[in-house]
Design a protein. Structure first.
Length: 122
């Protein structure tokens, strides 16, 4: 089974095989600013199961060893890769064509959550 996703304008498209290793809402300030939202929600895969099928995203190193990709045309944040999770790629769940396939089960940096922002997790 594979899932596809991409950016708002369609210039960058990707495909990933199989089920995610895990899923998480990240509340850290770096992710919030990178995606321009009060939380960043990821589905994490082994890097070898992910590939771009259209276009090439721009890369921003938000911290040493961290690579965040985004569409250089429309600005959509697409992925996160960090040395702490070598051999993984964390895909912004909202960019999948069917994000409902990846229910989010974990929270990261919960202490940095914006106090008025509450997540209901089924
Ligand atoms: Zn785009
Ligand atoms: Zn984060």
């Amino acid at each position: 089974m594979s899932d596809q996703g991409g950016c708002l304008c369609g210039a960058v498209r990707y495909e990933v095989d199989g089920a995610p290793l895990r899923t998480a809402h990240c509340h850290c300030e770096s992710c919030r600013r990178a995606v321009g939202a009060v939380v960043a929600t990821f589905a994490c895969f082994s890097a070898s199961s992910f590939r771009y099928i259209k276009g090439v995203p721009a890369v921003y190193q938000s911290s040493p060893g961290v690579r965040r990709t985004f569409c250089s045309r429309c600005g959509t944040s697409l992925t996160y890769q960090g040395e702490k999770w070598a051999n993984e790629i964390h895909v912004l769940t909202a960019t999948f064509d069917h994000p409902e396939n990846f229910p989010t089960t974990h929270q990261a940096f919960a202490a940095e959550r914006i106090p008025w922002f509450h997540i209901g997790m089924d």
